[in-house]
Design a protein around this ligand. Structure first.
Ligand code: NAX
Length: 329
């Protein structure tokens, strides 16, 4: 039998947690032969609903589940973890400014980064979903000095999936024939969903679509603001699609997705001319076993793309400034 993966999930009783845990339990994150131990982390108030969630997982009778831990203590929650999905975050309250939200959340991720540093396996892979996801990943990594910051990622896979879905609809193609769609930058409305390298049935997507106005005035803003569109329709933010994207991200990272391109928000190493040390989404290949490799063999961006990539880069620099007080010197 494959070794058991210990998976820490924060915000486990929330909407995304609820939609994700059954899928981890059923083997969709690491494959159908990898047992999992769930280490569920919540706030003190969250522990009661979490008990109900844990009961439901038990009631699923999943053969791969080897244990379910429930805790409000980060060191226990991340203890010996192989993988962590950081979903729990503070929602924006009435009258709260973006900067206040940024600070409140960054404080949570500083604590969790320290706990990961103290308690998790050295080769842990961490996926940040809670917003502002890119900057929360930066804060968590900065507070985990003994773990390679490359092991901390923020999720832009939902944005990628949304973009692929829109291209599939526009071109009347099954989504599986849409490839190499890239999300650059921040998981926010400044992100740049880029079709410059995308393929539809193996042909350049921009040629197949042949409609620059649609790309710039409909596709890009729609993907950038899809979260708000879902809230408008559902009265609640994306949950099941976000959970599905987190499963996709981790599945591809651990099981591998061959030559396919996946967008991951990772620490910039200066590639593509992006400032070092911000968490910026870029295209990667995922060979498996927790490894990703940036796709570097692509033509330089044209003027439009360069401006789009720059706008989201600037926002990430501003976010980093807003949480400076939580970054150890
Ligand atoms: P919910 O409010 O339903 O759930 C959040 C849960 O986190 C709650 O149960 C809460 O008790 C818990 N929590 C809060 N602080 C915690 C802490 N310090 N430790 C452990 N648990 C804690 O929100 P949900 O809809 O699940 O969304 C969670 C986060 O995902 C939000 O920040 C949201 O903005 C973000 N999203 C990120 C997306 C992405 O693509 N990266 C898309 C979907 C979503 O908007």
């Amino acid at each position: 039998e494959a070794p058991t993966k210990k998976v820490a999930v924060t915000g486990a009783a929330g909407a995304i947690g609820y939609a994700m845990l059954m899928r981890i339990a059923s083997g969709q994150m690491f494959g159908p032969h990898v047992p999992v131990e769930l280490q569920l982390l919540e706030t003190e108030q969250g522990l009661k609903p979490l008990r109900g969630v844990a009961m439901e997982i038990k009631d699923g009778a999943f053969p791969l589940v080897r244990g379910i831990k429930q805790t409000a203590d980060p060191n226990t929650g991340f203890g010996d973890a192989d993988v962590a999905v950081l979903v729990g975050a503070r929602p924006r309250g009435p009258g709260m400014e973006r900067a206040d939200l940024m600070s409140a959340n960054a404080a949570i991720f500083a604590v969790q980064g320290k706990a990961i540093n103290d308690a998790a396996k050295r080769d842990i892979r961490v996926l940040v979903v809670g917003n502002p996801a890119n900057t929360n990943a930066l804060v968590a990594a900065a507070n985990a000095p003994d773990i390679d910051p490359a092991q901390f990622m923020a999720m832009t896979r939902l944005d990628q999936n949304r973009a692929m879905g829109q291209v599939a609809i526009k071109t009347g193609t099954p989504v599986r024939d849409v490839e190499r769609v890239v999300i650059w930058g921040n998981h926010s409305s400044t992100q740049y969903p880029d079709l410059s390298n995308a393929l539809v049935n193996g042909k350049p997507a921009l040629d197949v679509i042949n409609d620059t106005k649609w790309v710039r005035e409909e596709f890009i803003p729609r993907v950038q603001k899809r979260g708000a569109e879902i809230i408008g329709a559902r009265g609640a933010s994306s949950a099941t699609s976000a959970a599905s994207a987190a499963i996709d991200h981790m599945h591809d990272l651990f099981v591998g997705s061959g030559d396919a391109w996946q967008s991951l928000a990772i620490r910039s190493d200066g590639s593509y001319g992006i400032d070092k040390d911000i968490w910026y989404s870029v295209p990667c290949r995922c060979p498996g076993d927790g490894v990703y490799e940036r796709v570097l063999d692509i033509p330089p961006p044209d003027e439009y793309s360069a401006a789009m990539m720059d706008a989201t880069r600037k926002e990430l620099l501003e976010e980093r400034d807003a949480v400076k007080h939580l970054l150890p010197a």
